[in-house]
Ligand binder design. Structure first.
Ligand code: PRP
Ligand code: HPA
Length: 181
């Protein structure tokens, strides 16, 4: 029978020259359309957390990166029995927030989090769909660390684009990816 990873892999499509010429865009929409593939992603994330001695008992939240981290983060958070917090693009969150600016593979952005989202020292997992240059994950870890002083247990993504060396940028944080291209 087909393994969970093969199932997930079969539900990723590649689109050349989107959103700009020269970018080979990995599309995760087919995963979301398949209940089995989406369950497999969540299973694999959960298995990783539980098998790597990440201190699940102490993790208070999965921090999802806007926008596609929101698709996977809450599912994992529910499995782990922890909360989910939003790292949003600037200007979307009410109340006191802190923000960080960063560049993307194509474009630039600024993200922010509510000041009270995570208490200092609390353990969080950062979740997104894809790691490219790592700029967004880095902004997520910076937000969590510098402002929240959260204890980041790892960064989890469905897809890692290895050529862009995002994992190097994010050291010493551990990146866990299901698929590598
Ligand atoms: C993509 C992707 C990651 C980020 C990865 O989001 O979902 O969040 O870029 O790139 P990086 O590793 O170079 O930071 P995108 O900016 O395309 O927009 P979206 O969140 O609005 O979908
Ligand atoms: N696919 C989806 N999102 C992305 C990509 C990609 O190839 N590169 C940067 N963000």
């Amino acid at each position: 029978p087909e393994g969970k990873l093969q199932l997930v892999q079969r539900h990723v499509r590649a689109f050349p020259d989107f959103p700009k010429k020269g970018i080979l865009f990995r599309d995760i929409c087919p995963i979301l359309k398949s209940p089995a593939a989406l369950t497999a992603v969540t299973d694999l994330f959960e298995e990783h957390v539980r098998s790597h001695q990440l201190q699940v008992d102490l993790i208070v939240a999965c921090a999802g990166l806007d926008a596609r981290g929101f698709l996977f983060g809450p599912l994992l958070a529910q499995r782990l029995g922890v909360g989910f917090v939003l790292v949003r693009k600037k200007g979307k969150l009410p109340g006191a927030t802190v923000s960080v600016a960063y560049d993307l593979e194509y474009g630039s952005a600024e993200v922010e989090i509510q000041e009270d989202a995570v208490a200092p020292g609390q353990k969080v997992l950062i979740i997104d769909d894809l790691l490219a240059t790592g700029e967004r994950q880095q902004s997520g870890t910076e937000l969590q660390q510098k402002v929240e002083q959260a204890d980041i247990q790892g960064c989890m993504v469905v897809i890692e684009l290895r050529d862009l060396k995002g994992a190097d940028r994010l050291k010493p944080h551990n990146i866990f990816s299901l698929l590598q291209y």
